[in-house]
Ligand binder design. Sequence first.
Ligand SMILES: Nc1ncnc2c1ncn2[C@@H]1O[C@H](COP(=O)(O)OP(=O)(O)O)[C@@H](O)[C@H]1O
Ligand SMILES: [Mg+2]
Length: 242
Amino acid sequence: MVILEGKGLTKYFRGLSALQSVDFKVEEGSITGLIGPNGAGKTTLFNLISGLFSPNHGTTTFHGMDITHLRPDRICHLGISRTYQLIRPFLGLSVLRNVLVGIYYGRDGTLPKKKAEEEAGSILEFMELSSKATYRADQLNTGERKRLEMARALGTNPKVLLLDEVIAGLNPAETTTIMKRIEATRDKGVTVFMIEHVMKAVMGLSDRVIVLHHGEKIAEGTPQEVTTDPGVIKAYLGDKRI
Ligand SMILES: Nc1ncnc2c1ncn2[C@@H]1O[C@H](COP(=O)(O)OP(=O)(O)O)[C@@H](O)[C@H]1O
Ligand SMILES: [Mg+2]
């Protein structure tokens, strides 16, 4: 079943089109990859889905419900959460409190303090950050910060999780750790839509892959189909090891 769908999504910035009539579908329970060169419009697509920007044209539906012009907090409360490419944890707050922010503000309705803290604890355990729960976020290394970003997003109890380059820039051990966490997230029933440049990760994890180039969708299919598509190789994959 399709959980998230975009139709004809178009976004202009000062007359330049960042996205041009993009259609996409994300199947419930799947991992869908979103790839393409820098400036292709990947983050813009996530900004439209999460309500940060409104599209100039087109619609987004979640479980068949039109969410195109809803506010970001409403979209989050409905069950779509995201991470940011430029992660922005609350650096002066503890790791646990960063996750509590997601739990308190990202959900419809409030949890009692004790229940919220228990949940934050179990999310940190799930993200392999328990040992850092009392650290300030600015004491974490890059890999841990990316996992905290994901933990904060999971705190909102999403049905769909949008991940914007959570792997890029990590060393091989950190990459393996977070890839396993992404798979485990999907196994918990959360649908994952992920932007990623690290081909080993995106091709290894994704059921389907969508390719953007200059704001247009140039291909979609299984990792195998996409990596052998001549248009994709020319636009993006030519210089990448898969
Ligand atoms: N807030 C913005 N204001 C103006 N231009 C933007 C803004 N966000 C993105 N763009 C432009 O839109 C295009 C797509 O950007 P982006 O979605 O960030 O690409 P990607 O994530 O694929 O690298 C780029 O040309 C970028 O400069
Ligand atoms: Mg981006």
